[in-house]
Design a protein around this ligand. Structure first.
Ligand code: ATP
Length: 253
């Protein structure tokens, strides 16, 4: 459903993403993990077309993003790390705008009130987005992603700032979408949540993929059977940070 091949993105010569390749299949939630600055947000921003990659190929639902941008983006929903709603549009107008952009107005009519109620935003439906609290803006970003008929969801720290009930609702929603065959890529630092929510994780480090797999595959790789994702993550990223042992000097000769 989502294929990323040899993705490279540099900023003024600094390679934030350095040739990564991965897939997210229909019907799975994949966690995108990594220390600060690993390249997670840059990767997500390239996939959703906000940043233009320097090299590589992104294919969404069979459509190459570079060649069939419109068709590819139609299948995509993005929950950004820092939501930036239109301050002078109301909550309900946001949903309507998104539905109009994606040609899904009938879905908007059908889903808007239900979604707003589920995320406890119904009483703010006619409030300007600029007046919402931080967590409410994050909920609005989630609701905007859910109002059209996306098949691939990119979520950058989607739970940040959302209250516990909202987090529970969103996690359940992502699991339901996964079960309905959507492909979901979630960047997060909440490793206990990632352990429960994700079928597989990708650990990024300095623009590269350091490790990828299910928890048991990563435990085996780190030789840490029975450990938590947090423990395995800390071990693998620590190893990647520590310099390789120096070669022993050759004796004699
Ligand atoms: P975090 O967990 O802190 O959100 P991240 O893994 O999402 O980090 P990115 O935001 O992708 O990391 O950043 C990767 C690297 O690219 C960092 O070194 C960052 O400083 C750099 N970077 C990102 N965006 C830009 C930009 N617009 N201009 C210059 N450098 C950038």
């Amino acid at each position: 459903m989502l294929e990323v091949e040899g993705l490279v993105k540099s900023f003024k010569g600094f390679r934030a993403v350095d040739g990564i390749t991965f897939r997210v299949e229909a019907g799975e939630i994949v966690g995108l993990l990594g220390p600060n600055g690993a390249g997670k947000t840059t990767t997500l921003r390239c996939i959703c077309g906000i940043l233009k990659p320097d090299a590589g190929r992104i294919v969404i639902g069979g459509y190459d993003l570079a060649q069939h941008e419109r068709e590819a983006k139609r299948l995509l929903a993005f929950i950004p790390e820092t939501p930036n709603p239109y301050e002078l549009l109301t909550v309900r107008e946001h949903l309507k705008l998104i539905a109009m952009c994606y040609d899904t107005l009938p879905l908007y009519e059908q889903r808007a009130d239900e979604l707003l109620a589920r995320y406890e935003l119904l009483d703010k439906a006619n409030a300007l987005a600029g007046t919402l609290s931080k967590g409410m803006k994050q909920k609005l970003a989630a609701v905007c992603a859910l109002v059209h008929d996306a098949k691939v969801f990119l979520c950058d720290e989607p739970l940040m700032g959302i209250d516990p009930r909202g987090q529970y609702t969103l996690k359940a929603e992502l699991q339901r979408l996964r079960d309905e065959g959507c492909a979901i890529l979630v960047s997060t630092h909440q490793l206990d949540t990632a352990e429960r929510l994700c079928d597989r994780v990708i650990i990024m480090h300095k623009g590269h993929i350091l490790a990828e797999g299910t928890l048991s595959e990563l435990q085996a790789r780190a030789q840490m059977e029975g450990s938590t994702l947090e423990e395995v993550f800390l071990r693998l990223t620590e190893e990647a940070e520590s310099p390789a042992p120096e070669a022993m000097p050759v004796q004699g000769g």
